[in-house]
Design a protein around this ligand. Structure first.
Ligand code: GTP
Ligand code: MG
Length: 308
């Protein structure tokens, strides 16, 4: 970089790469690591990601548009059905797929059903598929090697790479695959653009991230966050946001004793939003009940979870 946006080198590569895998394997952590910015929310709970979040990397020889997707699982609600279909749809539209999994547990002798479910969706893909064994910082070499051997028996992968998205190990090897596997083409986005997900959407997600991290049991799964207003002033951005919950009892818990929980969520989210936007932020949060919205098609669309 830089190169002429409209006239890049003749062998310039550009295209779409998708991160897929069962819930909680570290897809969003890997996207953030590849981009070098926290644009996709992460939490130590399955089903954190609900939408496709796109990160963009531009180098001298390529531009990769990288899609983070929701974890593939058997859906129980209409919300789940929709978010799993976002992941499956993204596989079809990609030039390169990173299939993420984690090392088998000690004593585990076969590929897990959760991984097989994802592989089923990959079997119809024409894209090159890279097997990414993530979280190697938590496992011993023997288990990593056994995972590689077993998974390679189930599917023909273009490459196999053990990584730690959290620590950064192996991530540069993945970056090398963009120039190797993406097709020749012109860049889709300006060279300094890191995502095409609207700021408002990321802001809402950063609020939901704090709820994912600080609430328990079924509560985080029944929360939708919507940014109602985003007012940019000279030195400050004022953001007004509503947290929709399924039940009155959830509302009480999210607000917390004397508002303590909501305050913690707001403070933590504000710090991350300020870092993203590079400006001081005033964040106002309001909690509202939207009864059983996770199974209500109209509500789902209203909150941005449209049919794929
Ligand atoms: N030790 C370790 N933890 C990791 C690694 N990558 C991710 N994690 C942790 O695993 C948890 C899940 O990470 P996410 O990135 O949210 O996982 P995900 O696949 O996007 O999850 P869903 O969006 O729910 O499908 C978080 O607590 C991460 O910090 C890794 O390489 N090593
Ligand atoms: Mg995720």
């Amino acid at each position: 970089m830089p190169f002429d946006q409209n006239n890049p080198p003749s062998d310039f590569k550009s295209g779409f790469a998708t991160l897929v895998g069962k819930p909680n394997v570290g897809k969003s952590t890997l996207l953030n690591r590849l981009i070098g910015q926290h644009i996709s929310i992460t939490a130590d709970k399955p089903q954190t990601t609900r939408n496709r979040i796109r990160g963009i990397i531009t180098e001298d020889s390529y531009q990769a548009v990288i899609l983070d997707t929701p974890g593939v699982h058997l859906p129980r609600t209409e919300l789940h059905r929709r978010i799993v279909s976002y992941a499956v749809q993204s596989i079809r539209d990609s030039d390169l797929v990173f299939f993420l999994t984690e090392p088998l547990n000690k004593g585990q002798q076969s590929v897990s059903r959760a991984d097989l479910l994802v592989l089923e969706h990959l079997s119809a893909s024409f894209a090159n598929i890279v097997l990414v064994i993530n979280k190697i910082d938590l496992s011993r070499n023997e288990e990593i090697l056994k995972s590689i051997a077993l998974l390679n028996e189930t599917h023909q992968f273009a490459e196999t790479v053990p990584v730690s998205a959290l620590k950064g190990t192996g991530v540069d090897i993945l970056k090398g695959f963009f120039s190797k596997y993406l097709p020749v083409g012109i860049p889709y986005f300006p060279q300094d653009q890191m995502t095409d997900t609207p700021e408002r959407e990321i802001v809402g997600e950063l609020v939901r991230e704090q709820i994912m991290r600080h609430s328990f049991q079924e509560i985080p799964y029944g929360v939708a966050v919507f940014v109602d207003a985003f007012k940019e002033e000279e030195k400050l951005i004022r953001i007004f946001s509503t947290i929709h919950v399924e039940k009155a009892s959830h509302k009480k818990i999210i607000i917390g004793k004397s508002g303590a929980m909501l305050k913690k969520v707001g403070q933590n989210a504000r710090i991350k939003i300020e870092k993203l936007l590079g400006k001081k932020v005033y964040l106002s949060l309001h909690v509202k009940i939207a009864k059983n919205w996770v199974n209500n098609p109209r509500r789902l669309s209203e909150f941005g979870y449209d049919e794929a």
